[in-house]
Ligand binder design. Sequence first.
Ligand code: SF4
Length: 99
Amino acid sequence: MLEFRERTIKISIYTSKCKECATKACIDACKKFARGILQLQDGAPSVAHLGEEETKRRGTECLACEYECWFRGKSAIKIDVPIEGLDAYLRKRGLASNE
Ligand code: SF4
């Protein structure tokens, strides 16, 4: 499992699925739509070559890797996007889940 943060989002990649992935679509997406922070290392995406601060600085929060992994990879990426005030808004509108 690879977890890292950009400025406001948290990216989790279940790298155990990546060895079976023929496309490595997340890497191409990151190069095409962002700044190419994902690099292939031992058959899975990695940001180890950048370090924590540089990953945050270069990350554009574009979400392209997650989208491409859904459609061309193995659905191995989950991105958490915190939205301040969303929970309170949903409660107020009666739309909050009962977790
Ligand atoms: S596209 Fe998804 S499954 Fe394929 S290497 Fe990237 S994260 Fe892993």
